[in-house]
Design a protein around this ligand. Structure first.
Ligand SMILES: Cc1ncc(C[n+]2csc(CCOP(=O)(O)OP(=O)(O)O)c2C)c(N)n1
Length: 567
């Protein structure tokens, strides 16, 4: 089939079974959009017109995380492409499979400061698994196949494909690409090495106080069932990182909740007291481990990760298992059954129960500083929405309140910018999630500052009929920064007051969405219940005192034991 480069790109997307693309057109991508025109008429490929390219990238990312397949976004050359960068960096830090397609100035103009030229391949190289620049139309089929293969295999992540405008017009014989090969890139089976499993089993048998720490890799590899099985066989309590939230239902008796700077007391203390840490699909980052060189000092460490570059990057480990999390967890559990591990109540399980009891009151108390207590807002949300609902978050206190107090019951139902911590992520990500899972209620827990970074895409939500619900934790401040200023800068609140503007109800209404301001818990609950089946996007404005804090908190550079409970 003889087609233009633009049409070849569309065919390649269809061959990859892409159903939706998030983006904004521009001069360099006009031919691509022209080819999409026919698709829209035939109802083949849905394009969702964002209002900012950053949002398009977050939408693709949200879509990918909810559905477990790559999300696709597109932007024109120059400013369109650079606007994608934050979204691509988020996907990179959180290992999310996103394929970003950018237009580029015509080949003859590259390097000449042409209008809307930016070296997006150079810019994106450190924040992608790979950044391609197409130099002729005949490369399109293979390159697109390679892009999807790279994004969605081994450790997943974003891939960029940059296409000069004139390439879109060049003619090519289109044939679906065969499986492509990239020198040096091997799709791994993910099988763990039997020797490392044997050594890991040895450590488990020797240990008296084992703790599993589950990261985002458990969710990426759909390993939740295997995680729970291993935890029950040992038995070992399970703490999760922020990215690992949902890898085990947080009502499971062995679940300890999140570990780290804002982790739960029982999870952090368990990590301090454990003699064996089984870290699965997590990267020992500073927010999780506190003072790096002190973390796991008295414990042996087994580290399971699909990416060998993660092993030893931040922390030395005793037994590395380079493998897919699901396969490694299953192999460990099978081997432990073979050698006949005895399940029993022991000193460690009694200690864990004691720790949970010790902190129960703190988590159940509902003191608030005048307006609504964030803790209770999270609990109200959990009890008012169906289990299968999906929640996204902004960044800041709102995110940590959600992480601490919103119980996640299923994998892929808590979607947050963990690695990069990008304000503005939550709302557009919620739109991508809703497009991926139209039958599930989608709630975005946001901060006012975070929401204001991407709220313009309410227009997208309304026009494209994507009804998600945003709960704005409205404290009129950049809360998390203000909290640090309170705790570490003697309350010198430098530039963290957002002032009274805007009125979020009117803002929502201006876009054609619904805005609801709540005054009390009853109003909050009924607003949430009403929104579950809403047919238009909803913004629920929840007043929160600027003096509310996220506690407990491990100050930066301190060990998990040096936690601060009151501020
Ligand atoms: C894009 C971006 N800019 C700046 C920051 C630094 N930062 C981290 S948390 C925070 C405050 C967030 O405020 P808000 O969204 O209102 O949430 P709150 O903490 O009040 O819940 C800021 C400015 C960031 N994480 N991302």
């Amino acid at each position: 089939m003889r087609v233009s480069g633009a049409k070849a790109l569309v065919e390649a997307l269809k061959d990859e079974k892409v159903e939706v693309i998030f983006g904004i057109p521009g001069g360099s991508t006009i031919p691509f959009y022209d080819a999409l025109y026919e698709c829209a008429e035939k109802g083949e490929l849905r394009h969702i017109l964002a209002r900012h390219e950053q949002c398009a990238a977050h939408m693709a990312d949200g879509y990918a995380r909810a559905k477990g397949i790559p999300g696709v976004c597109t932007a024109t050359s120059g400013p369109g492409a650079t606007n994608l960068v934050t979204g691509i960096a988020v996907a990179h830090m959180d290992s999310s499979p996103v394929v970003a397609i950018t237009g580029q100035v015509p080949r003859s103009m590259i390097g000449r400061d042409a209008f809307q030229e930016a070296d997006i391949v150079g810019i994106a190289t450190p924040i992608t698994k790979y950044a391609f620049q197409i130099s002729k139309a005949s490369e399109i089929p293979d390159t697109m196949k390679a892009a999807f293969m790279l994004a969605n295999t081994n450790r997943k992540g974003p891939v960029l494909v940059d296409i000069p405008k004139d390439v879109f017009y060049e003619e090519v014989d289109y044939m679906e690409a065969e499986r492509v090969r990239i020198g040096g890139y091997v799709i791994k089976s993910g099988d763990p090495h039997p020797y490392s499993i044997k050594r890991a089993v040895g450590l488990v048998l020797e240990s008296e106080r084992p703790l599993i720490i589950a990261g985002g890799g458990v969710i990426a590899s759909n390993a939740s069932a295997e995680l729970a099985r291993l935890a029950e066989i040992i038995p070992a309590p399970v703490a999760t990182t922020l990215m690992g939230k949902g890898s085990i239902p947080e009502v499971h008796p062995l679940s300890l909740g999140m570990i780290g700077m804002h982790g739960k007391g029982e999870a952090n203390m368990a990590a301090e007291e454990a003699d064996l840490l089984i870290a699965v699909g997590m990267r020992f980052n500073d927010r999780t481990v506190g003072r790096m060189e002190k973390f796991g000092e008295n414990a042996k460490i087994i580290h399971i990760d699909i990416d060998p570059a993660e092993i030893g990057k931040n922390l030395g480990v005793d037994v590395p298992i380079v493998a897919d999390a699901r396969k490694a967890l299953a192999a460990l559990a099978d081997r432990l059954i073979e050698v006949g591990i005895r399940k029993k109540e022991n000193e460690w399980s009694r200690r864990i129960a004691e720790l949970k009891e010790k902190y129960r009151e703190f988590y159940n108390s509902e003191e608030s500083r005048g307006s609504l207590s964030p803790k209770r807002v999270m609990k109200t949300l959990r009890s008012a929405i169906p289990e299968r609902s999906i929640v996204t978050t902004g960044v800041g206190q709102n995110q940590m309140w959600a992480a601490l107090h919103f119980q996640v019951l299923q994998p892929r139902t808590f979607i947050t910018s963990g690695g990069l911590g990008a304000m503005g992520f939550g709302f557009p990500a919620s739109l991508g999630v809703k497009v991926a899972c139209p039958d599930r209620p989608v709630f975005n827990i946001d901060g006012d500052g975070s929401f204001l970074m991407t709220e313009q895409d309410l227009a997208t939500a309304v026009v494209e009929n994507i009804p998600t619900v945003t709960i704005v934790m409205d404290n009129r401040v950049l809360g998390m920064v203000r909290q640090w200023q309170c705790m570490f800068c003697e309350k010198r609140y430098s530039e963290t007051d957002l002032g009274k503007v805007p009125d979020f109800v009117k803002l929502a209404e201006a876009y054609g969405a619904e805005g609801i301001r709540v005054e009390d818990y009853g109003g909050l609950e009924s607003a949430i219940r009403r929104s579950v089946d809403a047919e238009v996007p909803v913004v629920i404005d929840v007043p929160v005192s600027p003096d509310e804090k996220v506690l407990p908190m491990v100050p930066p550079g301190k060990t998990l034991r040096e936690v601060v409970w009151f501020g």
